[in-house]
Write a protein that binds this ligand. Sequence first.
Ligand code: ADP
Ligand code: MG
Ligand code: MG
Length: 252
Amino acid sequence: MSTLEIKDLHVTVETEDGAKEILKGVTLTIKDGETHAIMGPNGSGKSTLAYTIAGHPKYTVTGGEILLDGEDVLEMSVDERARAGLFLAMQYPVEIPGVSVANFLRTARTAIDGEAPKLRTWVKEVNAAMEANGLDATFSQRSVNEGFSGGEKKRHEIAQLGLLNPKVAVLDETDSGLDIDALKVVSEGVNRFAANGDKGVLLITHYTRILRYIKPDFVHVFVNGRIAEQGGPELADQLEAEGYDKYIKAAV
Ligand code: ADP
Ligand code: MG
Ligand code: MG
């Protein structure tokens, strides 16, 4: 059982002209078994929301709350958030030269479980995760994200998702830059995760394309640091037909 509650969240970033408010009161509850899609134009604050949930130090919470099963997420370090069951797949995953995918995954899993996974079963798990995401077995010996294609980065993120088995996954534009084959593989990975039943998914996307493969229970339109509209999957169809214009005009 897990519930992620975001209540009236206000977030600023430091700019040359001082603090700028990016999130202007975001309220959203993701219960287990639910997939929520956040859709919105570039610059509306979607990544800011993802990074704030994960605890990126660049973002300052000036108001509101984030609770995971009633626990105050904002009081937790980045590591504690991961241990508590939060997972973020970043829009632009970072390179970690000199650290192999295999070592990175093992370290992450060890940090979350509090003990190292048994080597023999772990190697099998990693190989299965690579295969499930259409990655060659030798892929796990490469440095994390170094020289990865856009598709490889996203496949790797979804392999991580499967191996780390969080409670709530925040996926920031996991669909961007993917060709149709990679999009299907990545979507299947997310669907496998969501099919566990007690998992929450927050799927951030700019395009409706991925929603042909991942069916959200709820769709939220995100504009100018706020949720401008919410609905069911039919809202995604409406956005596909009409775009964000009407919401952008209403937000200014
Ligand atoms: P999205 O993911 O929806 O495209 P972001 O969360 O990346 O939006 O950005 C939201 C807004 O915050 C943008 O206007 C962006 O320029 C601004 N922003 C984000 N980080 C910073 C920063 N470090 N300094 C200045 N502005 C920032
Ligand atoms: Mg407010
Ligand atoms: Mg973004």
